[in-house]
Design a protein around this ligand. Structure first.
Ligand code: DGJ
Length: 700
């Protein structure tokens, strides 16, 4: 809801309130819901402006907007023009954004050079989220150059904040890091062209009052900037596209829109995560798969890598079908002459010798086994050893006269070029059509270097690429609305809200080790729901870490996301085969709960895990992992979350006869010892010891 009182606007979600003053561009309040009685303007006092630029205030802090102006200077002074409450949320041209809510506050500010800045605030009452974006319009008669346009600037009162970010690298994504802002500037950013494995755009800022969380609906270079101003006792937060190498020429009469930022306030981190989960599920993920249960898949990658043939694939598919899997995914190596990473990207034609015929006939044989068929592609890439490169070397992203930098032996395609966009839509569309694939894994295995496109200004390159990318994925997804697209970027290198507007699920990480995944999935769960996280059981010793982990523990951890198996399923012993069949049927029975329930992290000394609780709190599944087992160790304990305090639950440890009955309040506030897990669950040297508890309400 948006309420107006003169120039004061109150933006209300179910549990939060943002109060701002339009004429002076000041934030007066953002936090827990308030009735806001009385004269809210007394909350002024420190500069907390959200239209910031080098203007007459002589503010030398970081700026939300920087422009080389039509008058030859770089000073802007955006003065308030008008405020409107729109009933339709305006689209952001060419960019993905949240949906499902209309009420939007539009604030307009004009500089004397006739440059107009519009800010948009959309209120998502149910998710307690406010989405913010900005747009510049050049009303002058000359070109101007935008050097920075942040989506959101929020000035928080005080400098006592802790900044929490989610960082890592390939195969080690999204670990939680925190530090005090203290003084000075801290930036969390990506310059890799993609949102990156290293620094996810989801960030939080916390103090005694609660937690503020921010994210950006964008998959390219991003920047989250925190500036502590000890003089004024303010912490400024800037969220937006990275201005690294950014220099956008805005012609007279043209507009430029920033991607959308989202912000949320909550009293604590668990509540924050629940709100972000609900928001992503309801207002980011879209299409036919939004609310549909996701299939249990078998993917051949870690089972075969490039070394497969038709016989091997069909044997794997047969086993997958026997085990109860629903989808078989053929990963990298099925096209061109691709037997390793040195060739064929861009040649999306069948490698018939390897497939024993056409892709279509292989897909039919797999479907005849009762499975759906899914396919891997990496559409934004090109191998120099490919027919595409031989015929269209100028499709590659490289600078004329310079030796390009290669990663995984490949170059990127120049998606800023419309001909390249059309090539991808045509060839990948053809792969989907001829194979009848109902699932597509869209990979992206390198970062940007050698950015160049003929006729494209260098300062516009990164963003023009993203516009091209979004145009390609939206065209393909419109053409194949029933196909389930899973995003992947060497695992979790583009795990962001921009992509989740197109890809209902994402391969979380290339690290499939259960212990590592416990951390990666927990880190990811701060800002993203389990509904978007691909999580697979893989072979032991694990290919990334060399660890051995019991099969039941690998399954338990994978139940924290969307279950798949990524190993040679023909190699299971009879006992393993029985266990995996049981796992899959258990997962299917509880899939709605596991995939769409309320998901909480469980953390205690030496314990990591999660609990997923059903809507009416009558059922739940929890996984608790003792992460470092030592003989004669003190028995670790856990407190569960999200249950109905007054209900009585029967709790059972899956795979054992261990059961007990206890009230919800004691399950959540008492310390539940995990001796049952240590006693009854298998362990291997150095691995986690994992137990799955199943909760059924026996009395309200
Ligand atoms: C990286 C992905 O994350 C893997 O799952 C696999 O698809 C490989 N690429 C294939 O090259």
């Amino acid at each position: 809801m948006i309420k107006k009182n003169g120039n004061i606007f109150r933006l209300e979600t179910e549990n939060t309130t943002l109060i701002l003053r339009a004429d002076t561009a000041e934030y007066l309040y953002y936090g827990k819901k308030t009735e806001a009685a009385g004269d809210v303007t007394v909350l002024r006092g420190r500069p907390r402006r959200f239209v910031s630029c080098l203007g007459k205030d002589a503010e030398y802090s970081e700026q939300a907007v920087s422009v080389f102006n039509a008058d030859g200077g770089f000073v802007s002074d955006f003065l308030f023009s008008k405020a409107r409450i729109l009933s339709e949320k305006p689209e952001i041209p060419g960019l993905p954004s949240s949906y499902g809510e209309g009420k939007t506050l539009e604030l307009k500010y004009i500089d004397k050079t006739k440059l107009t800045l519009c800010l948009y605030y959309t209120v998502f009452e149910d998710g307690d989220v406010i989405a913010v974006s900005s747009r510049l319009f050049n009303g002058s008669k000359k070109d101007v150059r935008i050097r920075r346009l942040m989506s959101l600037r929020l000035d928080l009162c005080g400098t006592d904040y802790e900044i929490i970010t989610f960082n890592g690298s390939w195969a080690r994504e999204r670990s939680k890091f925190s530090r005090a802002i203290g003084s000075g500037i801290f930036a969390n950013e990506s310059k890799k062209g993609a949102s990156s494995h290293e620094n996810n755009p989801f960030v939080m800022v916390r103090n005694d009052a609660g937690v503020y969380a921010f994210n950006l609906v964008y998959s390219g270079n991003h920047k989250e900037l925190f500036e502590s101003d000890v003089r004024f006792g303010t912490t400024r937060v800037f969220i937006g596209m990275n201005d690294y190498m950014f220099d956008w020429k805005l012609a007279p009469g043209d507009s430029f829109s920033s991607p959308e930022a989202v912000m949320c306030f909550a009293p604590d981190e668990d509540t924050m995560s629940l709100r972000m989960h609900a928001f992503v599920r309801e207002h980011i993920v879209r299409g036919k798969w939004k609310k549909r249960e996701r299939p249990v898949l078998v993917n051949n990658w870690e089972g075969t890598y490039f070394g497969f043939n038709e016989e091997k694939l069909l044997a794997m598919a047969r086993s997958a079908a026997d085990l109860g899997a629903e989808l078989f995914v053929l990963d990298d190596g099925w096209f061109g002459r691709r037997d390793d990473s040195s060739s064929s990207l861009g040649d999306w034609c069948d490698y018939s010798e390897k497939l024993g015929g056409s892709l279509a006939s292989l897909a039919d044989k797999i479907r005849a086994l009762g499975l759906s068929f899914g396919i891997w592609v990496e559409p934004e890439m090109i191998s120099e050893n490919s027919d595409l490169y031989r015929s269209h070397p100028n499709f590659a992203m490289k600078i004329p006269g310079r030796e390009p930098f290669r990663q995984r032996n490949q170059l990127m395609l120049n998606l800023a070029d419309e001909r390249v966009q059309n090539y991808i839509v045509r060839t990948i569309g053809d792969v989907i059509a001829r194979s009848g694939a109902s699932y597509v894994k869209w990979d992206f295995n390198r970062a940007f270097t050698d950015c160049y496109g003929k006729g494209i200004l260098p300062g516009e390159y990164y963003h023009r690429y993203m516009l091209g990318y979004y145009s390609v994925v939206s065209r393909l997804m419109k053409k194949f609305p029933f196909v389930l697209f899973e995003g992947c970027a060497g695992g979790g290198g583009r795990f962001d809200l921009g992509n989740m507007c197109y890809f209902p699920q994402f391969w979380t990480s290339d690290d499939t080790d259960a212990r590592e995944r416990t951390e990666i999935q927990a880190g990811s769960s701060y800002g993203y729901p389990q509904t978007v996280m691909g999580a697979h059981v893989s072979a032991c010793p694990n290919h990334q870490t060399g660890n051995n982990t019991p099969l039941s523990a690998r399954f338990n951890v994978a139940c924290g996301g969307l279950l798949g198996y990524e190993l040679d399923v023909t190699m299971f012993s009879d006992e393993e085969r029985r266990a995996v069949s049981e796992q899959i049927s258990f997962y299917k029975e509880n899939r709605k709960l596991l995939q769409f329930g309320e998901h909480y992290r469980l953390e205690a000394e030496n314990v990591r895990g999660f609990i997923t609780v059903g809507k009416d709190r009558s059922e739940a599944v929890a996984v608790v992992n003792v992460v470092a087992y030592r003989p004669a160790m003190p028995v670790p304990v856990v407190r569960f979350k999200g249950l109905n305090a007054s209900a009585l639950y029967e709790v059972g440890l899956r795979g054992t006869d261990f059961r007990f009955v206890l009230s919800g309040d004691l399950l959540m506030n008492g310390n539940i010892p995990l001796d049952s897990v240590l006693r009854l669950m298998p362990r291997e040297s150095g691995s986690i010891v994992s137990g799955m508890f199943i909760f059924r309400k026996v009395r309200s």
